[in-house]
Design a binder for this molecule. Structure first.
Ligand code: HEC
Length: 152
């Protein structure tokens, strides 16, 4: 009986798909996603800036994690109805994201490409790491400038 009930719950969840998540849940997940992106970037940025000793294995591992995050299909994290106009105080995602999805995709693609390039460079010494990390930082900023509000 217990097993049957569980199956029913799973079936119901699958049927409603993304709509099982509230708009607030989506904003939370989106922010958590970028928290992870930031966490991996902090390791790489720390090495590039000389605040953390360069270590080829650690740099390669962070670069690989960043690639996993950049490859993650995050379209569901940008569901309609989850902008800072819909959810004041909960998110900084500007409504412009939904008015200009091509623009967001373009910024995402630039970020992805920079992360791919970083994965070639990360294990090859600090002089190779530095410019690759700088390039990624530029793609973070470019997207934030257009699509992330300064305040909640
Ligand atoms: C394609 C666009 C895009 C790219 C690329 C991007 N971000 Fe963001 N980032 C956003 C948006 C939009 C938000 C706002 C999310 C929200 O508040 O719902 C955000 C939020 C954040 C946050 C705040 C998370 C929170 O707790 O509210 C951090 C930190 C962050 N990004 C770091 C980064 C770093 C570091 C990079 C690059 C390595 C990066 N982002 C690349 C669009 C982007």
């Amino acid at each position: 009986m217990r097993k049957l009930l569980l199956t029913t719950v799973i079936a119901a969840t699958a049927a409603t798909g993304a709509f099982a998540q509230s708009a607030s849940d989506t904003a939370k997940a989106r922010r958590a996603y970028f928290t992870l992106v930031n966490y991996e970037m902090a390791t790489l940025g720390g090495m590039a800036q000389g605040k953390i000793d360069y270590d080829a294995d650690a740099a390669s591992a962070a670069a690989k994690d960043l690639l996993a995050l950049a490859s993650y299909t995050n379209a569901d994290l940008f569901a309609e109805g989850t902008s800072n106009e819909d959810l004041p105080g909960e998110t900084r995602a500007k409504a412009d994201i939904w008015a200009d999805t091509a623009g967001l995709q373009e910024k995402s693609a630039a970020f992805y490409q920079a992360v791919v390039d970083l994965n070639d460079a990360a294990g090859n010494g600090l002089d190779a790491l530095r410019p690759a990390v700088g390039k990624i930082g530029g793609t973070c900023k470019a997207c934030h400038d257009d699509f992330r509000a300064k305040d909640f």
